[in-house]
Unconditional design. Structure first.
Length: 415
């Protein structure tokens, strides 16, 4: 008989979920809940399977000098989100420090995580805190003061100092001051052999640097390629084993998730999230993870991800997205040129009273949309007529309408 009171319905639902558990350790489906040492343990297994081998080889060559008493130059790394930059670097630097310790080479490495945007002041303050040079300030202390404290803290350290500056393009105000300090000033004031590792999700971030910093910055460059389907299968299999009970995954599911994520720019974070969402839907449905459930999970994730992203995005980015949607709809879904998109953008700005940015700045917005996979753009060569860019809106119609609706609503709410 169907339970009728709210208590019994609730109890029965909970019983159903508990009875159908397929997840044995949820944390392995959500990296934010994994502590660093667990994450690194998972990684060692994966790296042993030759995932990210090319990158690890490159990193090893670059840093080899540390174990020989040389001073390797700085390093710039880029690759799309979810290509394993943060994890690989953390893993690599830990191992390097371990090897250096075994040879009595003093190596200190610090990870400055700028995954959310912040001004130079906060970035330096975070760095100072990490080095134990300062407490956290809201304000009332100058940039100069922060810099002096960092220098004083490091003054007498004689070894290698590796500063891993993650998502460096997120320093939003006074970026030049931040870079100038790290690249020009700090090395002159400390004894340590400083090696800076700048990591970014953007391909072109050094283009925006102050030329005076740039000319000073001797860099090696390393690109993280998107994961391919085979890499992603490795990554996923280990998660399946750690997170799920045996037999919870139907044949073909891991391959399918890996294929989907590798088509969508090889983002491992997304692959793990898709596995997690599929497992959740399977528990809810009281079944194992089936191919059909993976499709449902992908739809739900896309919707959540894009909508959350856009809701919290700067208004200019939202306007650029609305422009691409309008121009694409005028072109009946065909790829559009940058000019069409810019016209639509100016029209959108007129209607909503937003200040229109220059064509060049608009180009940067398009890059950003591309980075988040909201649009795809590719540069076409037209021989001696130069190059032009084509923008493709490759999302489901339902999702496009949801996004467009959300943006319009945001602008109406702004008045
Ligand atoms: N080699 C890997 N092994 C296991 N999981 C990985 C690996 N690379 C990436 N991931 C997964 O993808 C997520 C994103 O990786 P991360 O290093 O943060 O990427 P990036 O810094 O390039 O955006 C991680 O939290 C993890 O879930
Ligand atoms: Mg990262």
């Amino acid at each position: 008989m169907e339970p009728t009171t709210v208590r019994s319905r609730m109890a029965s639902r909970i019983q159903h979920m508990v009875g159908n558990a397929i997840i044995k350790d949820r944390r392995f489906l959500d990296d934010e809940q994994l502590i660093r040492s667990e994450q690194l343990a998972v990684l060692e297994e994966i790296f042993n399977a030759n995932v990210r081998d090319a990158e690890i080889q490159e990193l090893s060559s670059h840093f080899a000098g540390v174990l020989r008493g040389d001073h390797p130059c700085h390093l710039a790394i880029w690759g799309k989100t979810g290509t394993g930059k943060t994890l690989t670097l953390s893993f690599f630097l830990n191992l390097l420090a371990e090897m250096a310790r075994a040879k009595n080479v003093p190596v200190r490495h610090e990870h400055l995580d700028l995954s959310t945007p912040r001004p130079c002041f906060r970035a330096l303050n975070d760095l100072a805190c990490m080095l134990g040079a300062s407490r956290r300030y809201k304000k009332g202390i100058s940039l100069e003061e922060l810099m002096l404290r960092i220098e004083a803290e490091l003054a007498s350290y004689p070894g290698y100092l590796i500063l891993f500056i993650d998502e460096v393009d997120n320093v939003r105000r006074d970026r030049d001051a931040f870079m100038t300090f790290l690249v020009r000033r700090l090395p002159q004031r400390i004894q340590a052999k400083l090696i800076l590792v700048f990591v970014s999700n953007r391909l072109n971030w050094p283009d925006h640097l102050d030329p005076r910093v740039k000319s000073f910055l001797k860099l090696n460059e390393l690109i993280f390629k998107p994961y391919d389907a085979v890499d992603l299968q490795h990554i996923l299999r280990i998660r399946v084993e750690k997170a799920l009970l045996p037999g919870s995954v139907q044949p073909g599911v891991v391959e399918k998730i890996a294929a989907m994520a590798s088509q969508d720019h090889g983002d491992a974070r997304q692959a793990v999230a898709l596995l997690g969402k599929s497992a959740y839907l399977a528990e809810k449905a009281g079944s194992t993870i089936t191919l059909a459930l993976v499709d449902n999970a992908a739809l739900e994730l896309d919707r959540d991800r894009y909508l959350t992203l856009l809701r919290s995005a700067p208004v200019q980015l939202q306007a650029a997205m609305a422009a691409v949607i309008e121009a694409t709809s005028r072109a009946k879904g065909a790829p559009i040129g940058t000019g069409d998109a810019y016209d639509a953008y100016q029209g959108f700005c007129d209607r909503t009273g937003l200040r229109a940015m220059t064509g060049r700045a608009f180009g940067d917005l398009l890059d950003e949309l591309d980075m988040y996979s909201l649009v795809r753009s590719r540069v076409l060569s037209r021989g001696r007529y130069g190059r032009t860019r084509e923008i493709i809106l490759d999302l489901s119609e339902e999702l496009i309408q949801k996004i467009y609706g959300a943006i319009r609503m945001n602008f109406e709410l702004r008045g």
